[in-house]
Design a protein around this ligand. Structure first.
Ligand SMILES: [Zn+2]
Length: 332
């Protein structure tokens, strides 16, 4: 964005989002044809953050505030948002289109496609632990620093591995420079390894769109290992060197598949071992907890979902770490 004088707030495509580059927030304070410069503090070359937050829905306000402003009073220029340098490339266009094919078909207004994503996730042929991890990452419910900060458990959210970025789910698992080398080893990931994704779910949708089940399975194992490794490092337990993650993931996937191939000594249990939605008209409630020894606190999370697997209510709370009192022996 340059000086914002040529671009209309409503009607022009100026937001960096490939899905919704036009403003969708309902009109509030600005009449038709108001230019984007009305949102810019020209002298300081900054967005008028309060004004932006007042006028737009939170996700749009966030996108706008994060749009870099040129402070030299330059003219606006519409650029290609699918590459980091703003220049069009066939590869990025191809990728954007293949992502869009998946994303536009879903979208929040199309519950079938929304459900299809979750079906693909749950039907991935990986262990339950890995599926559960993917589900949490796609729901943005992993205890990343950003999520802990949102819940007032941590005072800040800077990534401890790369130092100067907010550690949200997509950063921890994909965007962090410290994990790029690991993803590079998965050959099918190379074509889009520098692509930026809004959230982990978008990334996973892109992976599913490749229609390569082995790649998706490996992706899942590697993602899990990256997260596991990040935690082990954080809590000072033994960590696997990053360069081992890929080989280890290949091996563990192989082990999982060969365990499946060998016949089970007994009939498989009839109970489902992964999350299944409740019947229509019912809600299912799941809960989870985590302790943070160094902060002497614990986090509780509860999520209620309907028969489509949609989250209808969620709660998370921070409590003081429960302590175990030794029981006094009873005198009989
Ligand atoms: Zn980082």
């Amino acid at each position: 964005m340059g000086d914002g004088k040529c671009v209309r707030i409503r009607g022009d495509k100026w937001l960096p989002d490939s899905q919704a580059s036009r403003v969708v927030s309902p009109q509030k304070n600005f009449p038709n044809n108001t230019r984007v410069c009305a949102l810019i503090d020209e002298e300081r070359g900054r967005w008028l953050e309060d004004r932006v937050r007042e006028e737009f829905l939170p996700h749009e306000a966030e996108a706008i505030i994060n749009l870099p402003l040129s402070n030299l009073g330059t003219k606006d220029k519409l650029i290609w948002s699918a590459t980091s340098n703003g220049c069009y490339s066939t590869k990025s266009a191809y990728h954007l289109l293949s992502m869009e094919a998946v994303v536009s078909e879903p979208g929040p207004s199309n519950p079938n496609a929304h459900n299809q994503f979750w079906r693909q996730l749950w039907s991935l042929n990986v262990s339950n632990k890995i599926r559960h991890f993917l589900w949490r990452a796609s729901n943005d419910s992993l205890p990343t620093k950003k999520n802990l900060q949102k819940r007032n458990i941590l005072p800040e959210s800077t990534c401890e591995r790369s130092g100067d970025n907010t550690e949200d789910t997509i950063h921890a698992l994909w965007g962090c420079p410290m994990v790029k080398g690991t993803w590079w080893e998965l050959e099918q990931c190379r074509a889009f390894s520098w692509e930026k994704f809004k959230c982990f779910r978008d990334l996973l949708q892109g992976v599913f769109a490749q229609n390569n089940s082995r790649m998706a399975e490996l992706f899942a194992y590697i993602g899990w290992s990256i997260w596991h490794n990040r935690n082990a490092r954080k809590f000072g337990t033994v960590t696997m060197p990053m360069e081992m993650i890929y080989t280890d993931a290949v091996q563990r996937l192989q082990e999982f598949h060969s365990a499946q191939d060998s016949p089970l000594p007994q009939e498989a249990a009839p109970h489902p071992t992964h999350w299944l939605p409740p019947p229509p008209g019912f809600y299912k409630i799941n809960y989870d907890g985590a302790t943070f020894q160094d902060l002497a606190s614990a986090g509780l999370g509860v999520v209620a979902r309907d028969s489509d697997g949609r989250v209808i209510a969620a709660l998370s709370e921070r409590i003081f770490l429960p302590t175990v009192q030794p029981l006094k022996p009873w005198k009989l």
